[in-house]
Design a binder for this molecule. Structure first.
Ligand SMILES: Nc1nc2c(ncn2[C@@H]2O[C@H](COP(=O)(O)OP(=O)(O)OP(=O)(O)O)[C@@H](O)[C@H]2O)c(=O)[nH]1
Ligand SMILES: [Mg+2]
Length: 245
């Protein structure tokens, strides 16, 4: 398979008018990007207008009827993906599309079904910020790992890439940031082959637009329990190639 143009990039946006065009340009510069699916999540700051102003036929902009959350925006965006691989791209400037190649490598060579980009695993450039956030991330990842029996180092990372069949076979129930623990639980439970690669991270401050708050951490803990407890329903579809770890 040709590696170029193999990727659907799904970008949830809520009030990111300042960055949506810049990040979209970086996404479109990647040789891997076949389509960019922007889902505007009821923004009130002109994000949708800015997104619609991007002049590239690879871009599709969808509007949520109101602010419904990141998980709901991703659920919508994944539905429209048509490329062999799909990646989540936040609309701030924290994650770098120049690293799609790193994320795709284990997928392209057939070793992985899902790849997590870890902000903690290797020494790529990282902005130094908020110690207690990093502790919170590590605690959530540790509890998630205990529940899933995976040895991830960064469960909450935005950079998650999937074979398209995998992500489109999973029902996403969480509307907001509970998406991260939910999807982690479901790919673990589905027995999909998961890889992790080190990525860089340019975290932002609250003054620069950071929105995540302690309540999101509490919800994440709840979601770890909720989606890992035994349930009647399995979260995988019957189709799709190799999937045993
Ligand atoms: N905060 C927030 N983000 C949303 C929502 N819907 C979609 N998003 C998008 O989801 C992505 C992640 O949101 P962020 O606020 O950057 O969350 P984060 O990266 O976990 O946390 P910080 O950047 O540290 O605040 C961004 O592209 C947002 O624009 C929503 O309802 N609230
Ligand atoms: Mg962010």
């Amino acid at each position: 398979m040709r590696a170029e143009q193999c990727l659907s990039v799904v970008m949830p946006c809520f009030n990111e008018a300042d960055t949506v065009k810049v990040i979209a340009e970086r996404v479109l510069e990647s040789p891997f990007t076949r389509e960019l699916i922007i889902v505007d999540d009821g923004s009130t700051d002109g994000t949708a207008e800015n997104a619609r102003g991007i002049n590239d036929r690879r871009v599709n902009v969808f509007l949520q009827p109101m602010n419904l959350g990141k998980g709901a925006a991703l659920r919508r965006g994944f539905m429209y993906a048509t490329s062999p691989y799909v990646i989540v791209q936040d609309a701030d400037l924290e994650y770098d599309p120049a690293e799609y190649g790193l994320m795709l490598e284990p997928l392209l060579d057939g070793r992985a079904d899902v790849v997590f980009g870890s902000r903690f695993h290797v020494a790529r450039p990282h902005r130094v910020l908020y110690y207690w956030h990093s502790v919170g991330n590590r605690v959530l990842t540790a509890v998630s790992n205990m529940a899933t029996n995976l040895n991830l180092s960064d469960m909450e990372t935005c950079y998650k890439a999937f074979r398209r069949e995998v992500i489109q076979s999973i029902e996403i129930e969480e509307d907001r940031f509970g998406f991260e623990p939910e999807i982690t639980a479901k790919v673990a439970r589905g027995g999909w082959r998961i890889y992790e690669v080190g990525i860089s991270y340019a975290g932002r401050t609250y003054a620069e637009g950071k929105k995540i708050v302690w309540r999101d951490g509490v919800r994440a803990m709840y979601c770890i329990l909720r989606y890992n407890l035994p349930r009647g329903k399995r979260a995988v579809a019957p189709s799709g190639g190799p999937r045993r770890r």
